[in-house]
Design a protein around this ligand. Sequence first.
Ligand SMILES: NC(=O)c1ccc[n+]([C@@H]2O[C@H](COP(=O)([O-])OP(=O)(O)OC[C@H]3O[C@@H](n4cnc5c(N)ncnc54)[C@H](O)[C@@H]3O)[C@@H](O)[C@H]2O)c1
Length: 295
Amino acid sequence: MKNVAVIGSGTMGNGIAHVFAQHGLSVSLIDISEEALKKALATIEKNLDRQVEKGVISPETKKASIQRISTTTFMKEGVKNAELVVEAATENIDLKLKIFRELDECTAPGTILASNTSSISITKIASVTKSPDLVIGMHFMNPVPVMKLVEVIRGYNTSDSVTEKIMELSRTLGKTPVEVNDYPGFVANRILMPMINEAIYTLYEGVAGVQEIDTLMKLGMAHPMGPLQLADFIGLDVCLSILNVLHDGFGNPKYAPCPLLVNMVTAGHKGVKSGFGFYQYKPGSKDLVVAERFS
Ligand SMILES: NC(=O)c1ccc[n+]([C@@H]2O[C@H](COP(=O)([O-])OP(=O)(O)OC[C@H]3O[C@@H](n4cnc5c(N)ncnc54)[C@H](O)[C@@H]3O)[C@@H](O)[C@H]2O)c1
């Protein structure tokens, strides 16, 4: 595989473009926003610089990687030479279905269509295309250049050969792919989100405070960050939407989102990205301070 396209240049899209380019693939990075594309290129450059400083890559690899990335706001133009398209646009089912309908029309026959969705059914996404055997989930983790895992999700109709190609490509990117089937939350979030939800319930019921809960899980279970801090990092709105997918998909009350989480998202307290969550985030400050409401 030589040419790939990445749709969406936000947190995940710029990381995905970065790893493809770093490993020798030409990348067309597509977004509806010029501003987002500019920001993505600046982020990729900064992250490549960090890799050079750490001795992970040479300055020449950095230069070549940047040169392999082109950007466009025209999807048709951006995907026309792609052998693989990885969609990493905003997590919204209607948007994803619209993008895949268009990709079905404007990509060359045989192009593999992957989605980086955290929770939307790959089978559902594939159902709006004429070749559901070519549609697959390629779930990278944040931050993409650092995290080793790719959860490879087989939709109901994904072919063996497409799955094998994506597993192989993930290894070429220096990642460890894990193949799973397409059921709500796949595997990573099906296990992670109930843990985060339970941590929020523990806080909601007054069993313990924010710092106590996170310290217990960090020191007791050797997690690198506590579940409440992790929820802030992922985005509380994202956590809520994944829990809703689990709850709706399985119809099991054990996945019902904690009312505190629902309230926080409704109030605009979405974690790091909004400046407030279980902790408060001041620009430039590296201290982890519990949000006033919970301190
Ligand atoms: N953030 C995470 O930790 C994480 C982890 C794994 C998977 N994901 C998944 O990755 C995907 C992207 O998430 P993100 O956090 O990078 O979101 P983000 O909000 O940072 O970026 C989304 C980008 O998509 C662009 N976009 C919206 N509509 C578009 C369209 N029609 N065509 C092209 N670009 C469009 C937006 O302008 C934005 O730049 C989602 O499906 C999300 O569930 C996110």
